[in-house]
Design a protein around this ligand. Structure first.
Ligand code: NAD
Ligand code: UD1
Length: 334
């Protein structure tokens, strides 16, 4: 069965491609390389052990997307493509609405034209906003606290309206918690351009000697050790979650929001200590002030994924840290 992955050369898309090939799907990857490198295609093909069809282009080119869907007899879409840096979205909000919301409109128009009504969408736990209770379950009220989050909410709501307008549509909105780690081969990983803003890629660069010390953004939260707590999930588990979501998508109809997390919270210091243990590297630390816009703590309720998708995360924090470290040769742009 042919599946289109938009943004398929990015961090989560490339890992999901491997899981989908292993599950027997045929893939078409569409990417404009705004945040990935062409060499990822070779790496995916090498690990998958078979050629993958690839289309270079921008999702906002609805004619190209429509032709891609038609020429490849696509049956369903996983929509990863988008911009994802919260700080950048505050500085350049219109770029985020253009690249995230406009891309999604263009994709959905092309899908409607080709009578394809099955989509899995990459959303984020950020749509829950300030926690009213924890763990966040899927019925927790949503509210965006930055433009990036607002684009995710707009797209979620667009998909809900579409499903309400036509019962043949199925949209599975996956709300990812904090994906980290890399494929066990060490040949795929998270390769941010410039200085990383997220914790794990920053930690890898400190351990490799490219950055001097890890700044810990706040040590005075009311958490276990005063540092921020998050629900880190291994990207390989997340990738397997997409296989389960795709199977669910083809047997269900309607709009479904599902958390993909582990249900466990880990503090920044706990993550650093686990990283030090598995890599045998000492991480220099600077305790600094809180980062604007950060929440103290959050984690997922994961029972809906277990019940609907029969999926749950299997890999632990040590697996996440070790695999992130083992992929450092491709994660750092020299
Ligand atoms: P990524 O930047 O590594 O991958 C996104 C890919 O989409 C890149 O390869 C990029 O080149 C491509 N792309 C961007 N705009 C495009 C366009 N207009 N046309 C075609 N291709 C385009 O990001 P990721 O970490 O793999 O995230 C994938 C999705 O998951 C994103 O939508 C992101 O918002 C969401 N998400 C990510 C995280 C995370 O921590 N990584 C957390 C929650 C949600
Ligand atoms: C961030 C985004 C979130 C997005 C996710 C993936 C914000 C407010 N949230 O999540 O919307 O979905 O990235 O792109 O930006 N930390 C440090 N030092 C660092 C980096 C991070 O102490 O150098 C701490 C943070 O304060 C936080 C934790 O580590 O407590 C995780 O941070 P990060 O990896 O950036 O992810 P989030 O902020 O949870």
């Amino acid at each position: 069965m042919n599946i289109l992955l938009t943004g398929g050369c990015g961090y989560i898309g490339s890992h999901t491609a491997i899981s989908l090939v292993n599950a027997g799907y045929d893939l078409i990857l569409l990417d404009n390389f705004s945040n990935s490198e062409t060499c990822v295609i070779d790496r995916i093909q090498k690990i998958a052990g078979k050629p993958i069809i690839f289309v270079e282009g921008d999702l906002r080119d609805s004619n190209l997307v429509s032709k891609t869907l038609k020429d490849n007899n696509i049956r369903g879409v996983i929509h990863f493509a988008g911009l994802k840096a919260v700080g950048e979205s505050v500085k350049n909000p219109i770029d985020y609405f253009d690249n995230n919301v406009q891309c999604s409109i263009s994709l959905l128009q092309a899908m409607i034209k080709n009578n394809i009504k099955k989509i899995v969408f990459s959303s984020s736990a950020t749509v829950y906003g300030i926690p009213q209770y924890l763990p966040y379950d899927e019925n927790h009220p949503t509210s965006a606290i930055n433009p990036y989050g607002r684009t995710k909410l707009h797209i979620e709501e667009m998909l809900k309206d579409l499903a309400n307008s036509d019962p043949e549509w199925t949209s599975i909105v996956l709300r990812y918690f904090n994906p980290v780690g890399a494929h066990k081969s060490g040949n795929l990983g998270e390769a941010p351009k410039g200085i990383p803003s997220n914790l794990m890629p920053y930690l890898v660069q400190v351990a490799s000697g490219y950055l001097g010390a890890l700044n810990i953004f706040g040590s005075d939260y009311g958490t276990r050790d005063g540092t921020g707590e998050r629900d880190y999930i291994h990207v390989t588990d997340l990738a397997e979650g997409h296989v389960a979501a795709l199977q669910f998508m083809f047997r269900e109809q309607g709009w479904h929001a599902i958390n993909l997390g582990t249900g466990k919270s880990t503090s920044v210091l706990e993550l650093v200590h686990t990283f030090e243990k598995v890599t045998n590297k000492k991480i220099p630390l600077n305790l600094t002030s809180r980062r604007a816009g950060d929440l103290p703590a959050y984690f997922a309720k994961v029972s809906k994924a277990k019940n609907l998708l029969n999926w749950e995360a299997k890999l632990n924090l040590e697996d996440m840290c070790l695999s992130a470290w083992q992929s450092r040769k491709i994660s750092i742009h020299e």
